[in-house]
Design a protein around this ligand. Structure first.
Ligand SMILES: C[S@@+](CC[C@H](N)C(=O)[O-])C[C@H]1O[C@@H](n2cnc3c(N)ncnc32)[C@H](O)[C@@H]1O
Length: 299
């Protein structure tokens, strides 16, 4: 990602998130996430996050824990304020929180509020400074839709996952048709322009999935998906019907995608073949367990 685009993205992102009232000076705010938003400023969104996380813990994580039988090396991709890493550490796992946003309220440096040492890493999805086969599990919580190329992002992740490792995509919008997602993206940028005077499009993030893309990724990258459809309540269930009655585009769904790369079946397209070459990244690890590799506190 070009440095100037990344900088513009982060400036815009900080402006929007701060206007939305993200973060707090109180550690209790962070420790209550995702179940309660003690600030009351984004409660509806955190209610959904809480439901998704509870579902993930009960139906996905507990099964991986049972199968593995030891603390998991987990990569929390696009970790934001690190609430997911904190929750995983409470379950005795070894998370690494990775993000390009180091903000003290809403980014990696907010981790200071949890009262435990979480490994933090300022890095991008597409250039992961880890050795091959470092993680049992990777989680993108409300983050992979910032990717500009799902194939590139997932190929890089594949390199870092252990054989039969899982990656889980939570709280990213999934549409039935691509055109619905494209409409949402255009509406979102128009809305940013009206509110903030910029479109927040310095980086061409994809911003959504559609069913065809999910199927194509499975085919091209040899992913076995387990698709979960959590129950978010009647109000959520009613959204598509309401949209239809009002003649609006269909809303997104928040399915949870639990993916495993098929072992021994590399992607057919050499363009997307996982790299085993060392990265030029300054954060490249030199040794230690996954949670230790090149992971330094973010200042
Ligand atoms: C909506 S926030 C979600 C944060 C957190 N996972 C949560 O559930 O609250 C998306 C995060 O993805 C991060 N992000 C966006 N593009 C990224 C990239 N290319 N590499 C790493 N992180 C990225 C953003 O900085 C942001 O913190």
């Amino acid at each position: 990602m070009p440095v100037s685009a990344r900088q513009r993205f982060l400036e815009d992102y900080r402006t929007i998130r701060s206007a939305e009232g993200r973060g707090s000076a109180e550690p209790s705010y962070y420790r209550a996430l995702p179940y309660r938003d003690l600030s009351g400023k984004n409660s509806a969104q955190w209610t959904i996050r809480g439901k998704s996380y509870r579902y993930f813990e009960r139906k996905i994580l507990s099964q991986i824990e049972r199968k593995t039988g030891r603390p998991l090396d987990v990569l929390d991709l696009g970790a934001g304020n690190c609430w997911m890493s904190y929750r995983l550490s409470l379950r005795r796992h070894k998370p690494v929180a990775l993000d390009i946003f180091a903000d003290a309220m809403d980014g990696l440096r907010a981790a200071r509020h949890y009262g435990c040492a979480l490994p933090l890493l300022e890095a991008e999805f597409d250039h992961l400074p880890f050795r091959d086969s470092s993680f049992d599990l990777a989680i993108f919580n409300a983050s992979i839709h910032y990717s500009t190329d799902y194939r590139r992002t997932l190929c890089e992740l594949r390199r870092c996952l252990r054989p039969a490792g899982h990656f889980v995509i939570i709280d990213s919008p999934i549409y039935r048709l691509r055109e619905h997602g494209e409409k949402m993206r255009a509406e979102r940028h128009d809305d940013f322009e009206k509110r903030y005077g910029f479109r927040s499009d310095a980086i061409p993030s994809l911003e959504f999935f559609d069913e065809q893309t999910v199927a194509e990724l499975a085919d091209e990258l040899k992913i076995e998906w387990n698709i979960h459809r959590p129950w978010y309540g009647w109000k959520w269930w009613w959204r598509p019907w309401r949209a239809r009655l009002l003649g609006r585009r269909p809303p997104s769904r928040f399915w949870i995608l639990d993916g495993v790369f098929e072992v021994g079946r590399p992607p057919l397209d050499p363009l997307f073949a996982p790299s085993t070459q060392p990265h030029a990244s300054p954060g490249r690890p030199t040794g230690g367990s996954a949670a230790d590799q090149g992971v330094r506190p973010t200042k």
